[in-house]
Write a protein that binds this ligand. Structure first.
Ligand code: HGY
Ligand code: MN
Ligand code: MN
Length: 417
């Protein structure tokens, strides 16, 4: 390992361990929900690092953070790299944070080695990628490409009834100004590095995945209204038990998705609240979330339609009322062929083994790919688990990712095209 890589290793370990402390959980994970105190503290930390590296920092109305290096003889074009730092509840230490630290480290290397470059280079931290607090997801990148309505920003609320619209102010955002957002320059391309959230790279013993396409999520919220009643006094045939109905719907999600036999189609009920929630009261109300993902939009839609059909039949048969709200939808997307080849060629030059891979998890890169040429790298996950404290990447693989990212960004920055 040369002196530069040694310094990078220290830089990476330090940044990741600093971020891991902000929102750390007793189980060794991290909870940093969008626009909470933990999110604000992590944002401030990263803005400090951006300035230390020599980047000019700005925030946009969606709370996205941009750190840009503009060389003296800049030609106005920008090369972007980024990810997110908000997390799920008790998430892993690498989801989002790894891509931010890899980006910062790669930019730092490029500025030190070639300050005279002609294109600017920018690190972006997108707001509220996970969507755990308000429902939805990929908020910051959706806002940047003007793919989110003011009405949903106002209607999305957290468990305490605080709206995304209000919470956004905690980080200096202003939802009313979102329609005026822009990329602030001529963006040549966007690259995102992220930990692999499956076991695929680990199984194949590859340190890096070059993403060819990203599966698209749809998330619904279903409200099931029955009738609360006495658990002892009410006969079984007179009940309108909202939780029993919900239980049938949850199994219908699993059964419908499994029946499709397409291994990129997945369905999950990840959250459920019931009311009143007492052992001697028949549940009167249930709200549950349904997350369906697929790499083929048509197959995903057919499965979704079947699930909604079955949910309606179950509720009719039980005399329950069903309300369905769509919270989030991004179509599956293929990434830029030219950038994929550039990543492959550069991996070969650096002798870094890789696998071309479809990302089952969704990322801000899906929205950026709609407006600029976009590519994505996944870093081997040593446990194959994610959205939980067990998520793990090795410093060796992270350094390889910095080597590859810096080399590819360098080529793009200096390319004549
Ligand atoms: O849910 C996802 O795929 C991403 O981690 N937000
Ligand atoms: Mn995630
Ligand atoms: Mn992520």
């Amino acid at each position: 390992m040369n002196a530069e890589q040694e310094h990078d290793q220290f830089f990476i370990n330090n940044c990741l361990s600093e971020l891991a402390k902000i929102g750390e959980t007793p189980e060794g994970g991290v909870t940093r929900l969008a626009f909470t105190v933990e999110d604000v503290l992590a944002r401030n930390k990263i803005m400090e690092w951006m300035e230390l590296v020599g980047l000019k920092v700005r925030l946009d109305a969606a709370g996205n953070i941009f750190g840009r290096y503009t060389p003296d003889n800049s030609d106005g074009e920008v090369v972007m790299i980024g990810s997110h730092i908000d997390t799920v509840i008790n998430g892993g230490l690498y989801d989002g944070a790894l891509g931010v630290v890899v980006g910062l480290c790669a930019i730092r290397r490029i500025i030190r080695s070639s300050p005279k470059m002609k294109r600017s280079i920018e690190l972006v931290i997108f707001s509220d990628e996970e969507g755990v607090r308000f429902g939805g997801g990929l908020f910051g990148s959706k806002a940047l490409i003007k793919d989110i309505a003011l009405e949903s920003i106002t209607n999305f609320t957290d468990e305490k009834g605080i709206s995304l619209f209000e919470a956004l102010k905690n980080v200096g955002g202003d939802a009313e100004q979102i329609p005026h957002l822009n990329l602030n320059g001529d963006v040549k391309c966007y690259l995102e590095a992220h930990i692999d959230q499956s076991n695929e790279l680990n199984d194949e013993e590859k340190p890096i995945g070059i993403v060819t396409a990203i599966a698209g999520p749809v998330s619904l919220s279903m409200k099931i209204l029955g009738r609360a009643g006495h658990a002892g006094a009410e006969p079984m045939d007179q009940r309108k038990d909202a939780l029993a109905g919900a239980a049938e719907i949850i199994l219908a999600v699993e059964e419908t998705v499994k029946a499709v036999k397409c291994n990129y189609l997945v369905g999950t009920v990840g959250n459920m609240k019931l009311y009143p929630g007492a052992s001697n009261v028949i549940p009167g109300e249930v709200e549950l979330t349904i997350d369906i993902r697929g790499i083929d939009a048509k197959i995903r839609e057919e499965a979704l339609k079947k699930i909604i059909e079955k949910a309606k039949q179950i509720c009719t048969a039980r005399g329950l009322i069903l309300d369905i709200f769509e919270k989030h939808r991004v179509d599956p997307i293929s990434l830029d062929e030219e950038l994929i080849s550039l990543l492959e060629d550069t991996s070969d030059e650096l002798g870094i083994p890789y696998k071309k891979i479809i990302s089952r998890a969704s990322h801000d890169a899906m929205n950026m790919a709609k407006v600029v040429p976009t590519c994505m790298l996944l870093v081997r996950n040593m446990t194959g688990s994610s959205h939980c404290p067990e998520e793990e990447a090795s410093i060796e693989d992270i350094l390889k990712t910095v080597d590859l990212t810096a080399a590819v960004l360098q080529k793009i920055i200096f390319s004549e095209k």
